[in-house]
Design a binder for this molecule. Sequence first.
Ligand code: HEC
Ligand code: HEC
Length: 223
Amino acid sequence: MTARTVRLRSNLARTSLIGLVAAAAALFGIELLQSDNASAQPSPKALQDAAMFASIADANQRSVALFTEAGKVLQHPRCMNCHPATRRPTQAETMHPHVPPMFAGDLGTGAPGLPCATCHRQENTATLGAGIKTVPGAPHWGLAPASMAWQGRTLGQICAQIKDPARNGGRSLAQIKSHLAEDHLVGWAWHPGDGREPAPGTQVQFGKLIDAWIATGANCPSG
Ligand code: HEC
Ligand code: HEC
């Protein structure tokens, strides 16, 4: 064997070793990526801070812009699924009818014999199944009353409805603000359990948008 063949062979060996490591890394990388996708929640969608709207000089326009931003939360499926057009909840990002079919009943917490709490516990519950990772849960899980139905309505209509004590549960604007900033069912939307996208931003950011909206006259978008 000549010196030249030896060098060639060892070069070849080095190349295939590098190839092997690269292939292994690629495989490993793909695996890491897959397990990341499987376990992590999708990253929350962004929500702009109330301060971002300070440059809009006209208070009416600023108010509308603030509510429009807050609308990213209000019209997110995490909220809308509990504020449907009919007395039946919807599910998931697509807001499809609840499977199995479910009825709110007189109190919103389920028909006699099949309360929501049969499946929806006090907190999100992990399942062993591969399809549905968690059953959503929070105390007093139930559907919003019919007067608070939002699905199929424009943001302007939802805005008018939220402001109207005849339809919002007799609340003042200050009480609407504290409901949105503190209510636990509202809060659930940012902690919806594995396998569900949280509402955009944070509940604190959302509360500040609503605060600023009220402070600028609580104007509604025209659409
Ligand atoms: C038989 C069990 C069962 C009962 C009873 C039940 N649910 Fe559900 N519900 C589920 C499961 C499981 C999911 C999760 C489905 C998924 O993630 O695909 C779910 C999801 C939901 C969601 C979707 C959350 C989201 O944003 O994706 C809402 C809203 C909901 N249920 C409301 C209700 C209401 C209101 C009641 C009572 C009127 C009720 N459910 C009764 C099992 C049940
Ligand atoms: C698990 C179901 C559920 C989820 C999820 C939910 N809500 Fe509600 N919501 C209710 C119920 C029930 C009421 C009625 C409670 C009351 O009046 O005290 C209600 C009432 C309200 C009200 C009172 C006034 C009105 O005009 O509707 C507002 C505002 C509201 N929800 C906003 C939200 C927002 C924003 C989200 C998402 C970030 C949300 N909700 C998510 C069930 C839900």
